[in-house]
Design a protein around this ligand. Structure first.
Ligand code: HEC
Length: 287
């Protein structure tokens, strides 16, 4: 009798643990299509320059990149990847854009983010031989200036490594970065390479790929011609981890390094919003 009681309560306990950490049933979570595009050398310097980018005035007035460009991301990518604009070194065989389905869910402990897309044609130079695909997500720190307008752009500078005349040692950074004050990007990344560990870091005055305390797990796979990547991330972590909570809306962006790409030769999203049980471009639904 007693052993039966113990067994039943143990069983209940195990069920409870499973429920708390179980990934959602993605078939039941609605998806948002976001097109990532090839940005070439369209750095924050270029997008901010009045003489070069007509959108710079709108940006200063508070408009978002997505409000002007969301529907034409594929056209922009095509223009740039072919070298018509903003790409002095057009990569061969690379897609101009990739439509990605983004899904999100959360429970009392975690945020679950899923990205899925059809592998586009490739055949370009293999800059990262170990990883056919990488996917990075950046959550924008609360006090990043223009953070809700520009997605990842404030971390992308013309002097970065792999930019024309870039500095080998310069990666992503945020001007005036201050972790304690919320001026940084929280960064997580999944890599497809065999045995590659996911990264949990941040972009402050430099890019740091480790030390974050929020990422629980990142898993990806290719089934047929379709990739899918799922991140499980605690709602809150440590330094460099943006704190999420129910009702909050957080600006974010993401990037895919497709076809063994490295450095700036990636596809990026404009800036979008993620709502934790709150209305946003991507709304995480409660589990
Ligand atoms: C107020 C509307 C507006 C906003 C906001 C805006 N843009 Fe633009 N953008 C334009 C227009 C108009 C063009 C085309 C003419 C040009 O290059 O100036 C353009 C061109 C571009 C191009 C070159 C491709 C092309 O079709 O010519 C890129 C890349 C780009 N914008 C990225 C961005 C990014 C990234 C942001 C946010 C950081 C942004 N834009 C914000 C209006 C906008």
């Amino acid at each position: 009798m007693i052993s039966k009681l113990i067994a039943t309560s143990l069983f209940g306990f195990v069920l409870a643990i499973n429920a708390a950490t179980a990934a959602p049933d993605w078939g039941k979570v609605s998806g948002k299509k976001i097109t990532v595009f090839y940005p070439g050398v369209a750095t924050i310097n270029w997008v901010s320059k009045a003489g070069e980018h007509s959108g710079s005035r709108g940006l200063r007035k508070g408009e978002t990149c997505a409000s002007c460009h969301d529907e034409e991301a594929a056209d922009i990518g095509k223009k740039i990847v072919t070298g018509e604009k903003l790409e002095p070194n057009p990569p061969k065989g690379k897609a101009g854009s990739i439509p990605v389905t983004v899904q999100a869910a959360y429970d009392k402990d975690n945020l679950y983010l899923r990205f899925s897309w059809k592998e586009p044609a490739g055949g370009g130079e293999k800059l990262d031989k170990d990883n056919q695909v990488k996917l990075a997500v950046m959550f924008v720190g609360e006090k990043v200036p223009m953070g809700s307008q520009v997605g990842c752009w404030l971390s992308c500078h013309q002097e970065a490594r792999t930019m024309p005349n870039g500095d080998e040692k310069r990666l992503k950074y945020v001007l005036g970065a201050d972790l304690a004050a919320g001026i940084y990007y929280d960064l997580i990344q999944w890599k497809s390479g065999k045995g590659a560990k996911p990264s949990d870091g941040y972009v402050g005055d430099k890019r740091v790929m480790e030390g974050g305390k929020a990422l629980v797990d990142a898993k990806g796979e290719k089934k047929g011609d379709t990739w899918s990547v799922v991140f499980t991330r605690k709602l809150s972590g440590g330094e460099g981890d943006v704190t999420l909570s129910e009702g909050k809306v957080i600006p974010f962006g993401f990037a895919i390094h497709d076809d063994y790409a490295g450095g700036r030769y990636h596809h990026v999203s404009l800036g979008y919003s993620l709502g934790i049980g709150a209305k946003a471009d991507v709304t995480a639904t409660k589990q």
